[in-house]
Design a protein around this ligand. Structure first.
Ligand code: AMP
Ligand code: GLY
Length: 428
């Protein structure tokens, strides 16, 4: 099969790497891809992933049999619908289903209607009404811009003043543009966070291995929120019983609800969870694989990813009978970022030691890199994901940091405590 991967970050590098292992994969392309992906896929520049017609035209010209869409924006732009109209199989939800991520108010209203556990909330289009609600509920409280804001439109306010300022910033000063014309204000949930991704064909749900992200920039979960500084899988808080409870109370009901609403959801559904004293509750749904969750989840997948994705995209019922196998071990991903990230940073610095990190037994997934004069240079905030697999999290952490030490570039920044929660549990 000819396979096209859409996107060019660490998640897409991991997807392409895993897809390439399939005996079914004959040729891989990536739009736009990255220098790391070039080892397994032909990277295509000059086609915007936000131009559905151009992407579909490329796919037709290159006889693509399966398209795999990484990021959320093409999904909410209806790229899967465009592929479908052209008769090309595509892995990912259609536009109407991607609303689950694209609009927080849609997603919250759906959860309310179908009794899916999540934080209590109200939706506002009027700033004064939003502020009155904040005053009535008090802090801590969470304020979220409604639309896509690249993970930055969420303010967890520990004081009422902070929450009122967030409402002003989002609604009156339009800090996140049109994404903030509506806000969701919700109850603060206390607990440990985990991510559970699943494959679905719109009917059957197959949970992947659980994982945990580190969203804050600095050690000890301090500093600003980022796209994710590291991950590990599995997350010890997601015991087999907790996975089962999440499947029954959250994943199956939401997939059934989407079907009932005429928005059949096929692809990967990402449930961001808070494990509270009352059980798992939804923090957010994403309509795609997580980044950098994918970097630790897919290395642990033993089955053929192409076969699974075809089953999800076709929706022919074959997913139900598949025996999807996962490794018993663990994986850890440490993100190497450019100093200053998530705020301003410099780029264009040469990266050395990539092969040494691989020699330590790590997979190095590229996120923000470029090729310049035959050298690999930094080209983004999150530059690389250094991933190690081992028999347990402790061994994987050790191996991943050996890989991290082997790689160097100016202003290299990373967290030194990835997986600390899992290790603290092991120490108990
Ligand atoms: P989101 O973009 O909705 O995933 O939110 C970003 C982060 O904010 C989450 O990963 C949580 O750490 C935090 N967060 C969001 N909603 C809540 C909530 N209701 N209670 C506590 N923390 C939250
Ligand atoms: N790592 C969080 C996300 O992909 O949304």
């Amino acid at each position: 099969m000819n396979i096209l991967v859409i996107g060019g970050g660490g998640r897409e590098h991991t997807l392409a790497w895993k897809l390439a292992q399939s005996p079914k994969a004959t040729k891989l392309y990536a739009i736009p891809g990255n220098p790391g992906m070039a080892a397994v896929a032909e990277c295509v520049s000059g086609v915007s992933i936000e131009d559905n017609d151009a992407v579909v035209a490329f796919a037709k010209e290159h006889a693509i049999d399966l398209a795999v869409i990484g990021p959320e924006v093409p999904l909410t732009n209806g790229l899967v619908d465009a592929f479908e109209a052209a008769g090309i199989l595509a892995f990912g939800p259609r536009k109407a289903a991607a609303e689950l991520e694209g609009s927080k108010s849609f997603s919250k209203n759906l959860m309310k209607k179908y009794n899916i556990p999540t934080a209590k909330y109200e939706v506002f289009t009027d700033a004064e009404a939003a502020k009155a609600y904040v005053k009535k509920e008090g802090a801590p409280i969470v304020v979220k811009a409604d639309g896509l804001a690249a993970g930055k439109g969420v303010i967890v306010a520990m004081t009422e003043e902070e929450a009122l300022a967030a409402v002003s910033d989002i609604m009156e000063d339009q800090e996140f543009g049109a994404a903030g014309s509506r806000v969701v204000i919700e109850e603060f949930m206390e607990g440990e966070e985990a991510s559970l991704l699943c494959f679905t064909d719109g009917e059957t749900i197959v949970p992947m291995i659980s994982s945990q992200d580190h969203k804050r920039a600095y050690d000890g979960d301090k500093g600003p929120n980022t796209g994710g500084m590291g991950t590990y899988a599995p997350a010890p808080v997601m015991t087999p019983a907790m996975v089962e409870e999440t499947k029954k109370k959250i994943l199956e009901p939401v997939i059934a609800a989407m079907k009932k609403e005429g928005r059949t959801y096929q692809g990967c559904l990402y449930a961001g969870l808070m494990i509270t004293s009352e059980g798992p509750k939804v923090v957010e749904f994403n309509a795609r694989f997580g980044d950098p969750e994918t970097q630790v989840v897919l290395p642990l997948l033993k089955s053929d990813l192409v076969q699974i994705m075809v089953a999800c995209a076709k929706g022919d019922g074959s997913l139900k009978d598949m025996d999807i196998q996962w490794s018993d071990g663990a994986a850890v991903c440490v993100v190497l970022a450019s100093g200053g990230y998530p705020k301003a940073y410099k780029k264009g610095y040469e990266i050395t030691g990539l092969a040494d990190a691989e020699a330590e037994g790590c997979h190095v997934f590229h996120a923000g890199t470029a090729e310049k004069d035959g050298k690999i240079v930094t080209a983004g905030g999150r530059v690389l994901g250094v991933v190690a697999e081992a028999e347990d999290v402790r061994a994987a952490v050790k191996k991943a940091y050996a890989g991290v030490d082997a790689i160097d570039f100016t202003d290299k920044m990373y967290r030194k405590d990835i997986a600390h929660r899992a290790l603290e549990r092991q120490n108990k």
